[in-house]
Design a protein around this ligand. Structure first.
Ligand SMILES: Nc1ncnc2c1ncn2[C@@H]1O[C@H](COP(=O)(O)OP(=O)(O)O)[C@@H](O)[C@H]1O
Ligand SMILES: [Mg+2]
Length: 328
């Protein structure tokens, strides 16, 4: 059976100016540089990594919101139609999105109920009364009350607004939801509610999620599988539970060791500094400048993303060494 979503060697490069003044030089920024993903129906793939590593760009590529510089996205076994084409718009019913900032995603001048119905106006021939009924049903599903239909976004709390965005995404009955930092802008007390809602909706409706977040703790709660990105590439990918229990890539080890309550039980591996500038990615393994285990070979050889016998994918030259010793 083909997966619901398959991305093969996706790349998205941007020409950017670097340096100062009118004569700044042009450089190539590899926002996404060879990402392959698979996601099956009803499952959640978590996509993690520090800010700027290419998570949102990957999400937009998967949604067809931006075309790839290279590589393909396949959906339900077929190629993603060209961005903006009528076939693409039809497919967009099946793939919806939820972004970080619900207020930014909503129109301040329209009642939320009208906005929840909006995708139906674009995607279906249903009568207005039918749409209204459907909107009330999804509002109920996400825990909003009927009387909130006529409220404006600023009259709702942040958590309620994110429920509105979710209701709007769900109204076309999608198979896949791309959630890009869906709870990062919410109060901590509300975050758990929205996470539980997402889990509950998946169980009831069988929706697959591409769950993008820099917050590993949340990704751990929701994901069946996890892909870890660093500077535009996946450096480790695997089944969530085993990946968090035994991260193999030094970068994943560092991220996991920084999760409170998980990290405490393990070695502490602190990441030095920020990720390098993505227009000037270090040669060899892009992580070598921050890796405590880097040896000479890591500065010249780019490690391929290789599958271990247990299915885990790891891009590290030293990943097979049983006890990885810090380099001198
Ligand atoms: N439209 C664009 N033009 C130029 N650079 C971009 C554009 N979109 C994203 N980038 C760059 O691509 C890299 C990845 O960005 P993004 O996918 O937003 O990362 P993340 O979501 O992981 O924080 C960043 O360095 C960002 O500045
Ligand atoms: Mg982002």
């Amino acid at each position: 059976m083909s997966p619901l979503l398959e991305a093969v060697d996706l790349r998205r490069h941007y020409r950017v100016r670097t340096g100062r003044g009118p004569f700044g030089t042009k450089a190539l920024l590899r926002a996404v540089d060879g990402v392959s993903l698979q996601l099956s129906a009803g499952r959640t793939l978590g996509l993690v990594g520090e800010s700027g590593c290419g998570k949102s760009t990957t999400g937009k590529l998967v949604l067809g919101l931006i075309p790839p510089s290279a590589g393909t996205v396949r959906y339900g076994g077929g190629d993603m139609p060209a961005t903006g084409s009528s076939a693409w718009r039809a497919l967009r019913r099946r793939i919806q999105m939820v972004f970080q900032d619900p207020l930014g995603a909503l129109d301040r001048r329209l009642p939320v109920g009208v906005q929840i119905m909006e995708p139906l106006a674009i995607h279906s021939e249903q009568a207005p009364a039918e749409r209204r009924e459907r909107a009330r049903a999804v509002m109920d599903a996400v825990g909003l009350q009927g009387h909130q239909f006529d409220r404006y976004p600023h009259e709702l709390s942040g958590g309620q607004r994110q429920r509105v965005v979710l209701a709007r995404a769900l109204i076309t009955e999608p198979d896949l939801l791309v959630c890009d930092e869906p709870i990062s802008a919410l109060d901590v007390s509300i975050q758990a509610q929205v996470v539980n809602l997402l889990l509950d909706l998946q169980e009831r409706l069988g929706i697959a999620y591409l769950f993008i977040s820099h917050d590993l703790k949340v990704v751990r709660q929701v994901s069946h599988d996890v892909a870890v990105m660093y500077l535009g590439r996946i450096v480790e990918q695997g089944e969530a539970e085993s990946l968090f229990a035994e991260p193999a890539h030094p970068y994943t080890r560092a991220l996991v060791s920084a999760i409170p309550s998980v990290g405490e039980r393990r070695e502490r591996l602190l990441l030095q500094g920020d990720p390098p500038n993505p227009v000037d990615v270090p040669a060899g393994c892009a992580f070598h400048t921050r890796c405590p285990f880097a040896v000479a070979a890591c500065r010249s050889q780019t490690p391929p993303l290789r599958a271990r016998p247990d299915g885990r994918l790891v891009a590290c030259l030293r990943a097979d060494e049983p006890a990885l010793e810090a380099a001198a």
